[in-house]
Write a protein that binds this ligand. Sequence first.
Ligand code: F6P
Length: 323
Amino acid sequence: IKKIGVLTSGGDAPGMNAALRAVVRACKYYNISSIGIRQGYEGLIQNDMIDLGPRSVKNIINQGGTILKTARSEEFRTKEGRQKAYDNLLQNEIDALVIIGGDGSFTGANIFHQEFNVPFIGVPGTIDNDIFGTDFTIGYDTALNTVTEAIDKLRDTATSHDRVFFVEVMGRDAGFIALNSGIASGAQDILIPEQKDSVEELCESLERSEETGKKSSIVVIAEGEQLGGVYEIAKEVKKRHPEYDIRVTVLGHIQRGGSPSCHDRVLASRLGIAAVEGLLENKTNLMAGIRSNKIVFTPIEEAIKKHNEIDAELIKVANILAI
Ligand code: F6P
């Protein structure tokens, strides 16, 4: 391997830049070239690439977003699009790819590998923490801190007005952000897709808290939760408790921005280097992850298909603390 191409794809996540920096510098360390591909797979198709060296990634370890930009490429889903991408790979003499992204990005890489046998290693970058084969994805810790800080602020106003706040957080089909930020911000209840919830149970929890003298509450709701969404849930609770002064806050894309936390910067740095080292050892079709604080490589198909379980102990913690 003489030249590695690197791209960021799918939803951005804080720490992607730190991962890019690590890939580029590891390439230099091992005396190979690196080239950045802009806009995810779009850049591969449009031949939008830039040679990178250690200094071109200076001052980005602390920056949110991705300087390479990212996209969810429709054209890469087509055979013609992937053929164009492959032609550009050959033209740019790229021998292998590092794909920084989530499961959609890995699915694309997997198909590309099957069709054209291009070696690649995935680096998990998504705030959702929904990728099998790693304890943490890049961006998750930062997003948790952002959410916790935001809910702390909501708590101030909820307390002043004796209100019930329903806060929707991201996570796509996974409840990791909701469960952990809910515990950290002292939520009265946390609704996640992995658990079967009901409006009745939610009301019981709010009633219990009232009986112990609580006058305001925070309920954290994962966007993938299955009771019809945060507004519907708020409406149903209001029907049963017209006396509650309810407000809804959807945190939205604020969760994807911001300077990455120390944890995400270190994780991204480790995984970026691991990806380059893996490719140099002729590993391919794998994702670099971290398990029990050790670098591990997981077959990409497992990373895509399997799911991390929600930790039952964390649910117990949330329940005990919401007494
Ligand atoms: O996967 C990251 C994520 O932020 C999810 O939590 C969310 O469901 C989705 O991306 C939002 O996507 P978009 O930025 O395309 O609206």
